[in-house]
Design a protein around this ligand. Structure first.
Ligand code: GTP
Ligand code: MG
Length: 350
């Protein structure tokens, strides 16, 4: 086998087996066929590799770590094996995809929220940079990170947070393969740059994200590629909010409740009176209520998660799909979703 690696995903190139990872028609190529198709035809091809779910591979990697998080899904990063890892290792943080947040959201709000959460996790964070908001990312990155290190910059994080995108941005050109499907990068990928050597890495997959269970066309509706316009509902009495055909939030005894939905605008969000919710869900699921999960069961098979009322504003986070910010007075709320999808509840971010 050659020692040459695909520039896009880091896989060792081979010209023997078209079905195996790293296949290229000729070893003269810089990209494997899978990357070529993703880059030029936006056609996702599963690599058929087992998703990475631990950090064994990082143990032998030396360098300065940059832990990249998706602002739309901070909770997944903060609930991952990286938290333990970064209790023992120093890191910089890049909070990515901030361009998706409404323009009215201030930089300091997001920064303080993430810093507060990281402090509670007792991780060793040197500094934090927001990407896609206000300040110029490249110059801030250079000022804060690259001038302070002399070794490799190792970019790590959960799958799909935008590690390869961030590196392309630093390089000023599209070198690495980027795709809305998780697990695009397959191996450590070493790139020489003005910042020194940058290492792209394989994303960690936890299997609890909506994104892992959608058809390709539906993934486009859930992974937002433009700024989110939050939808806002004022609720009275017993009400239901449906998120696509994969999650439903029932709120009881609402008095002046406001729900702000931070989910992709291509995903349907519907509000109904609670008494009609079951009937409407069954009638609308997969039609008005879209997208639905691949192999997703019926509503009766959904798992229920109960939350009590909180005195302060709370976010209900649906892994891989965003969150709903809830304020006002209600007696309790119930969230229904497929048992594979993780539902979390946190102090409001915005
Ligand atoms: N709006 C927005 N989308 C982004 C940003 N960064 C990445 N994306 C999108 O997020 C998806 C994943 O990006 P990648 O760069 O492939 O993510 P990754 O972390 O390298 O993913 P893996 O290699 O699968 O672990 C793609 O659809 C990107 O276009 C960003 O800053 N803003
Ligand atoms: Mg990648």
């Amino acid at each position: 086998m050659s020692e040459k690696r695909c520039i896009g995903c880091g896989a060792l190139l081979q010209d023997k087996d078209p079905e195996a990872v790293g296949y290229a028609v000729s070893l003269e190529m810089d990209y494997c066929q899978r990357c070529f198709r993703m880059i030029h035809y936006d056609k996702h091809v599963s690599a058929g590799v087992v998703p990475l779910n631990d950090l064994e591979h990082l143990k032998g990697t030396k360098g300065t770590y940059v832990w990249i998080m998706d602002v739309m899904d901070i909770e997944t990063s903060l609930d991952s094996a990286f938290v333990d890892f970064f209790r023992d290792h120093y890191c910089f943080i890049v909070v990515n995809k901030c361009d998706l947040l409404p323009e009215t959201v201030g930089e300091s709000k997001i920064r303080n929220f993430v810093l507060d959460r990281l402090k509670k996790c007792r991780t060793r964070v040197i500094d934090i940079i927001l990407r896609g908001m206000g300040s110029d990312f490249r110059s801030e990155f250079r000022k804060k990170i690259s001038d302070r290190v002399s070794d490799d910059l190792v970019m790590v994080g959960v799958a799909n947070v935008g590690k390869s995108t961030v590196i392309n941005d630093l390089l000023g050109k599209e070198v690495l393969t980027v795709n809305r499907h998780p697990s695009t990068t397959l191996q450590f990928n070493y790139i020489n740059s003005d910042y020194g050597r940058i290492v792209d890495s394989v994303g960690l997959v936890d299997g609890n994200s909506v994104q892992a269970y959608l058809h390709d066309s539906d993934l486009k509706k859930i992974v937002p590629n433009r700024r989110i316009r939050p939808t806002i509902y004022q609720l009275k009495d017993d009400q239901t909010i449906s998120i696509g055909g994969f999650a439903r939030i029932d709120l009881f005894d609402c008095r002046n409740v406001t729900v702000v939905c931070y989910v992709s605008n291509l995903c349907t969000v519907q509000r109904n009176a609670q008494k009609n919710a079951d009937r409407l869900w069954n009638e609308h699921m997969g039609r008005e209520l879209r997208p639905v999960l691949k192999n997703g069961g019926s509503f009766d098979e959904f798992k229920k998660t109960d939350f009590p009322q909180y005195a302060t504003k709370r976010d209900i986070c649906i892994e891989g799909a965003g969150w709903l910010c809830i304020s006002g007075s209600y007696s309790h709320l119930e969230v229904y979703s497929d048992k594979r999808i993780k539902i979390r509840n946190r102090k409001a971010m915005i």
